[in-house]
Design a protein around this ligand. Structure first.
Ligand SMILES: CCCCC/C=C\C/C=C\C/C=C\C/C=C\CCCC(=O)SCCNC(=O)CCNC(=O)[C@H](O)C(C)(C)COP(=O)(O)OP(=O)(O)OC[C@H]1O[C@@H](n2cnc3c(N)ncnc32)[C@H](O)[C@@H]1OP(=O)(O)O
Length: 194
């Protein structure tokens, strides 16, 4: 049983996504947008360390290995962790549009149980854009990029300005980010001038 809620159905006048001309080249490793991100940051010991690769369209691929720390039931991945991996893969689509966007809504279908040690082959793509609203979907497959779908997600991301973080983030992390040249460089990849 699966389906898409009305809020994730693009309106009739939504447009096809456009890969930004300065987006990372197909096959390029996208890197982390923030060192301490739970989904992709290298400086987050308990994080998922997801590494996404740019696709040829407005899409990315990534691999996520389910570790013992990700269990919900004995030997099986926690659904919330899988949703996080999907959220992160979907979030990486921002690199290809070169906009900053945050998750507004995320719907996840859990199709197959996912045992510890499984490598999930993730693919995410933008399907439509309507103003600040970015409609996207992702799959997580087992056994290879063509394997059976274990997790499926659809999401609505909303484009935001850098002020979204500056105004709402805890001041100590915001100040640290703004005084880190590497973070400024990453932010510029989204055409942000903090
Ligand atoms: C110096 C520091 C630099 C740091 C930055 C540097 C680099 C960062 C670069 C990229 C990193 C960005 C993100 C991270 C990437 C990946 C991580 C995974 C992604 C996440 O994990 S990210 C965290 C979870 N995420 C949130 O923490 C969002 C909390 N939330 C809000 O902050 C607001 O809620 C917001 C902004 C979403 C909207 O607020 P808003 O006031 O801007 O806009 P508004 O409400 O007007 O909505 C506009 C139109 O979207 C529709 N809409 C809105 N929400 C909807 C919903 N839920 N369902 C259906 N439709 C929705 C409305 O219906 C309207 O539609 P319409 O235009 O048709 O009327």
């Amino acid at each position: 049983m699966s389906g898409t809620s009305a809020r994730l159905t693009p309106p009739a006048d939504a447009v096809k996504p456009v890969r930004h001309p300065d987006a990372p080249a197909p096959g390029e490793l996208l890197g982390s947008h923030y060192e301490h991100c739970f989904g992709c940051g290298g400086g987050q010991p308990h994080g998922l360390h997801l590494q996404a690769t740019a696709g040829e369209g407005v899409n990315v691929t990534a691999e996520f290995t389910v570790k013992p720390a990700h269990q919900g039931a004995p030997g099986l991945a926690h659904g919330g962790v899988l949703a996080t991996a999907m959220d992160e893969a979907l979030g990486a689509l921002s690199w290809l549009l070169r906009v900053i966007a945050v998750t507004g809504r995320l719907e996840t279908d859990y199709v197959l149980p996912v045992p510890v040690d499984t490598v999930l082959f993730l693919e995410a793509e933008v399907t439509a854009v309507h103003g600040r609203k970015i409609y996207c979907r992702a799959t997580g497959r087992t056994g290879g990029a063509e394997g059976p779908v274990a997790v499926r997600a659809e999401a609505l991301f909303i484009e935001v300005k850098v002020e979204h973080f500056i105004d709402n983030g805890r001041p100590e992390e915001i100040q640290a980010a703004m005084s880190d040249p590497d973070q400024i460089r990453r932010a510029r990849a989204f055409e942000v001038n903090p």
